[in-house]
Design a binder for this molecule. Structure first.
Ligand code: FES
Length: 147
């Protein structure tokens, strides 16, 4: 089947039920998308499907056909997305494992809501867990990147 990842058409030969997470990581070597729980609970595997934040661990490959898939590798050309810059400014990551998922959820929020309120941010980010507890820095960085 053919899927479109970060603007490029990619041909993949996989079971159509294979979770998109493994297509991205194992077939396409896009390892920025992380495996955390595998059950839709942690948000580490968050990507965008047609701009919407989506759990790649729960999404069958066939569901992505005809849709635009964006991973952390495609969020910007050179790490210059305003959120990536704000992440650096605020020294957000601790261990870093969950951060690509955090960034993808935050990017989806700002794409539809350029000036989110505290509760908008809380609502958009509630499904992304961070065991290091970087939540205050994540929130501060989102506010910095917001207009
Ligand atoms: Fe997909 Fe945790 S790995 S939500």
């Amino acid at each position: 089947m053919q899927i479109t990842v970060n603007g490029s058409a990619r041909e993949i030969d996989v079971d159509e039920q294979m979770p998109l997470l493994w297509v991205l990581r194992d077939e396409l070597k896009l390892t920025g998308t992380k495996f955390g729980c595998g059950g839709g609970y942690c948000g580490a595997c968050t990507i965008h499907l047609d701009g919407r934040p989506t759990r790649a661990c729960l999404t069958p490959a066939s569901f992505a056909e005809g849709k635009q898939i964006t991973t952390i590798e495609g969020l910007s050309e050179n790490g210059d997305h305003p959120l990536q810059q704000a992440w650096i400014e605020h020294n957000v990551p601790q261990c870093g494992y969950c951060q690509s998922g955090q960034l993808m959820s935050a990017a989806a929020l700002l794409a539809t809501n350029a000036s989110p309120s505290d509760s908008d941010i809380d609502g958009a980010m509630t499904g992304n867990l961070c065991r290091c507890g970087t939540y205050p820095r994540i929130k501060a960085a989102i506010k910095t990147a917001a207009t």
